[in-house]
Design a protein around this ligand. Structure first.
Ligand SMILES: [Fe+2]
Ligand SMILES: [Fe+2]
Length: 335
């Protein structure tokens, strides 16, 4: 609250509490108060109104909030009490169902975004580093692998969870920079913005899956925090200055990821890592059988990484040919 004397309006930000979760959103007001008068300056839903008094304003707004509360659909027993439901903005949660007509439990992705990965993809494909740029990318990744191996050793679940926090960054940075470039230059991206953002989202879903079986410790959270701060900025600069190098680095990172997930599978097969039931989110996201196990999840994640490898080496090859990414159709929905 700010106040001033001598004819200067007093600004009041007032929030009226109501039993409805929607009401605070609808009733947040900024008002100018003069003696005995209230002028509402901003109302996100309507124009300026003049109330006769503060009491009248409160009464009017409470009545409005009560009306909105009554217009809410009746709350169901299984819905959480703290869920914000507001029809003020015309946004109401849609009741999604899966292919069998059962309620869809996820808000973060829709049934149409779930997919069955192509497990026939060649896992052994490798880009042979010949040029200086390619060798720089290759040895950067090989060097980064050394401290990673020392830190995680054979804790592949923890390793997967931690590295997915890094793997989700390049697609978002690349997609964001291409988006800004498209705006600046008044030109299409050839679908590459969406392709890279899809990759980032896919990597984040890997993280959401591994989180279900491995919980990060406090020092691992601190490490992720630090690494993200460094890696995001380093990759951002690299992508601005040397986009070909940036994509090639990701291509080689994905090759390493395939190797790590292959080791993970070997440990599961040896019995050193328990083959626990697959998390529910993984079963729905990759359309796995209901009795799928963690081994099935690691297999589909590895296939995803192989697709990311191809996308990023392809992008680097386009740059190597002296072209911009938009000159080639983007591999959309390439999982
Ligand atoms: Fe991943
Ligand atoms: Fe990946």
């Amino acid at each position: 609250m700010q106040s001033a004397r001598g004819g200067i309006l007093r600004l009041v930000v007032r929030r009226i509490s109501t039993p409805s979760a929607a009401a605070p959103l609808a009733s947040s007001k900024i008002a100018a108060v003069l003696p005995g008068r209230v002028f509402q300056l901003f109302d996100l839903g309507g124009g300026a109104r003049d109330y006769g008094s503060v009491a009248a304003a409160v009464k009017s707004e409470e009545a409005e909030a009560d009306l909105q509360f009554q217009e809410q659909p009746p709350e169901k027993k299984d819905e959480k009490k703290d869920v914000v439901v507001s029809d003020y903005w015309g946004i109401l949660p849609k009741k999604l169902v899966d292919e069998q007509g059962k309620p869809w439990p996820w808000n973060s992705f829709r049934p149409t975004e779930a997919y069955a990965p192509d497990l026939t993809i060649d896992l052994k494909k490798h880009h042979n580093p010949v040029s200086v740029v390619d060798k720089l990318a290759y040895w950067t990744v090989k060097t980064l692998r050394i401290p990673t191996d020392i830190f995680f050793q054979r804790r592949y679940g923890c390793r997967a969870m931690m590295l997915e926090t890094v793997a989700g960054v390049p697609g978002m940075v690349g997609g964001m920079l291409l988006h800004c470039k498209s705006l600046r230059r008044f030109e299409h991206s050839g679908g590459w913005i969406k392709a890279l953002l899809e990759e980032a989202e896919n990597e984040r879903m890997h993280l959401m899956t591994f989180m279900e079986v491995v919980q990060p410790k406090w020092y691992e959270r601190a490490l992720v925090f630090t690494v993200q701060g460094v890696f995001f900025n380093a990759y951002f600069l690299c992508y601005v200055l040397f986009p070909r190098l940036a994509h090639r680095i990701v291509g080689y990172l994905e090759e390493e990821a395939i190797h790590s997930y292959t080791q993970y599978l070997k440990e599961i097969d040896k019995g050193t890592i328990p083959n626990v039931p697959a998390p529910a989110i993984a079963i729905d996201y990759w359309r796995l059988p209901k009795d799928a196990k963690m081994r099935d999840v690691v297999e589909v994640v590895r296939a995803d990484e192989a697709h990311h490898r191809d996308v990023n080496h392809f992008a680097a090859d386009i740059h190597k040919a002296g072209k911009e990414l938009r000159s080639a159709a983007a591999p959309l929905s390439y999982h």
